[in-house]
Unconditional design. Structure first.
Length: 301
């Protein structure tokens, strides 16, 4: 969303303006749909294959949402559901088949995989050009090297896109990322570095985490602990991006940031739900259309 668009949408609660991931994701998805139409006009329909192994309820919801979003973007979508007992060799064979299928431009194996399956080996089996989750070592290397020819992981890429479209520049800012996972924390740190931020990465062994967080102009929480980040940890006016999705025992979702406290202090704040979550799916679509454009030889990126 353009800066003025976001301001016009005008969601201000307490002190913080809301970084409306749902609205920004809708903008990204509209752009993806237009690019898909342009490809279709050239005879290439972007194709996404989603592989779901086992019956994990959260994974089933994620896969359903991805499938629906990809169809709405005009992609052809193939969802392959395999039993939890699927052998490693069989799953690798499925991945290799999708690698070889020219109608498929993006392959996503929903993680986590059931016990007994080695997800690292599965990710390595993916064709890096079709690895729309951005987890293959070649894509990780591209990210670290600042090489734009890779595919970046969707959730951290979504955080950056959210800042971009709100007109929040990261250049020269102190960006603090809480969490160092391969999926979110680490790649986000490299994406922020590529935007000329000064980056600090915190984790479970960081001493005096609240004090480190208070130095951040942009604070990203990607931990998986409900409301870990308190209002008193936030520098007044900071941009706060809450990646956490925590299912509460009594039902409902909570982020990693204490929203009510944070909104009184922060300058910008993402809600949960409706913040980073929708951006993750939007960036998956964006990576897939980019992979299709590259395969068709019409991409400038
Ligand atoms: P993870 O468990 O792989 O990593 C968590 C990180 O937090 C680790 O690096 C760990 O060192 C750090 N950590 C744990 N306890 C800590 C503490 N007390 N203080 C500081 N750091 C601590 O999790 P992940 O895959 O990175 O996911 C993080 C959160 O983001 C989860 O809630 C997950 O559900 C959510 N998530 C959301 C999306 C989305 O689309 N919005 C996508 C992926 C993950």
């Amino acid at each position: 969303m353009s800066r003025t668009g976001l301001e016009a949408s005008g969601v201000t609660i307490g002190g913080a303006r809301i970084l409306d991931g749902k609205a920004v994701a809708a903008e990204v998805r509209a752009g993806v749909r237009a690019r898909a139409q342009a490809l279709i006009a050239r005879g290439v329909q972007p194709g996404l294959a989603v592989v779901l192994v086992g019956e994990d309820p959260a994974s089933q919801v994620y896969v359903r949402n991805k499938d629906k979003a990809a169809q709405e973007a005009g992609f052809s979508v193939r969802t392959l559901k395999l039993p939890a007992q699927t052998a490693q060799a069989e799953l690798e064979r499925v991945v290799r088949e999708l690698n070889a299928d020219r109608s498929v431009h993006g392959v996503l194996v929903q993680l986590p995989l059931p016990r007994g399956l080695d997800s690292e080996r599965i990710v390595r089996a993916l064709d890096p050009a079709k690895d729309v989750d951005g987890l293959h070592p070649e894509n990780v290397a591209a990210l670290v090297m600042g090489d734009a020819r890779g595919l970046a992981p969707c959730t951290p890429a979504g955080c950056i896109e959210l800042c971009d479209r709100a007109g929040v520049s990261l250049a020269g800012k102190r960006v603090t990322v809480v969490g160092r996972s391969l999926l979110v924390g680490k790649p986000l740190a490299f994406l922020a570095l590529a935007r000329d931020a000064t980056v600090t990465v915190c984790h479970s062994k960081t001493s005096d985490l609240p004090a480190v967080c208070r130095e951040a102009d942009v604070l990203v929480a990607a931990v998986g602990r409900p409301e870990l980040v308190r209002g008193s940890w936030i520098k007044p006016g900071a941009v706060v991006i809450d990646v956490g999705i925590n299912r509460l025992d009594g039902g409902g979702l909570a982020g990693d940031v204490a929203f009510a406290e944070a909104r009184a202090v922060a300058g910008w704040l993402t809600p949960v739900p409706g913040g980073v979550g929708p951006m993750t799916i939007a960036m998956l679509l964006s990576n897939t259309v980019l992979a299709a454009e590259r395969a068709a030889g019409v991409s400038r990126a």
